[in-house]
Write a protein that binds this ligand. Structure first.
Ligand code: BTN
Length: 260
């Protein structure tokens, strides 16, 4: 059970989380968010569930989460006149908000481009950002976030093979999910306000790169069916990653980094 009043008691936001829709079970909080958008919803609404039955991951993957242990939620954002070309910045800013929230709890997290939350080299969570663009502007954004919070080693079973972790496994005690959610929303709203103030000169690197786990590192990554190697340089203005290969730089949108 998520106590939405406990989340809201810890909020310092004007918009995000002012409405929280809690479901004991749902197929996917992102899917529910889009249905709500179509029916008319207050921007900033958060949809959260304790048991997500068909969680969606990036690139068509499934997102598995343990009922009552993890945080699985979506935040509905209605940007004000933001160009569709920068929709790739939203998942990156969400990652920054999550790592800052972890920092508040004295937990050191890192970010692996584009949407992985890492702790000590293992995946703690991920972000699935979906947006609807009308004309040249972003109309709606659904930020779907899954974080492993109170899973024990038993909960992970055999299928995770040591590449995933939870906050409980890292810090050794159970974490109040409501407090973590409130901290994420508090940070996210500040970051989104910064983006909204001057999106033309907004430099995502200033926010994201300090937490990057592979800055300037030699990485192996896959884009479609091709595997590449190169040095991770930075994030482009639109959220793409810029890689140096054989003395020239190239940007990638949908790549998956394999080795960090
Ligand atoms: C990834 O790493 O592939 C992204 C995973 C995103 C999972 C979250 S859980 C809440 C929200 N609802 C979904 O169906 N997916 C996202």
């Amino acid at each position: 059970m998520i106590f939405t009043n406990l989340v809201q008691a810890n909020l310092r936001t004007q918009i995000l989380g002012q409405v929280i829709e809690y479901y004991s079970q749902l197929d996917s909080t992102n899917e529910e968010a889009w249905e709500m958008i179509d029916e008319g919803v207050k921007p900033g609404t958060v949809i959260i569930t304790d048991r997500q039955l068909s969680g969606k991951g990036r690139n068509g993957a499934k997102w598995q989460s343990k009922a009552d242990r993890s945080l699985t939620f979506s935040v509905i954002i209605q940007p004000n006149n933001l160009s569709g070309s920068i929709s790739g910045v939203f998942p990156l800013l969400s990652g920054v908000a999550i790592v800052k929230a972890l920092q508040d709890m004295h937990i050191k997290g890192g970010l692996k481009w584009p949407n992985d939350i890492m702790v000590k080299g293992k995946k703690l969570g991920g972000i699935l950002c979906e947006s609807r663009i009308q004309g040249k502007s972003i109309n709606w954004v659904v930020l779907g976030i899954g974080i492993n919070v109170n899973e024990t080693a038993n909960d992970f079973g055999n299928d995770i093979s040591g590449t995933a972790t939870s906050l409980y496994l890292e810090v050794g005690n159970f974490i109040q999910r409501e407090r973590l959610l409130a901290a994420i929303l508090n940070h996210l709203e500040i970051l989104l306000n910064d983006l909204g103030k001057d999106s033309e000169s907004f430099d995502i690197n200033k926010y994201w790169t300090p937490y990057c786990t592979h800055s300037n590192k030699q990485i192996t990554f896959q884009d479609d069916d091709k595997v590449y190697q190169g040095r991770f340089i930075k994030i482009a203005k639109n959220g793409e990653c810029v890689i140096e290969m054989n003395g020239t730089t190239q940007s990638f949108t949908g790549a998956v980094i394999k080795n960090v």
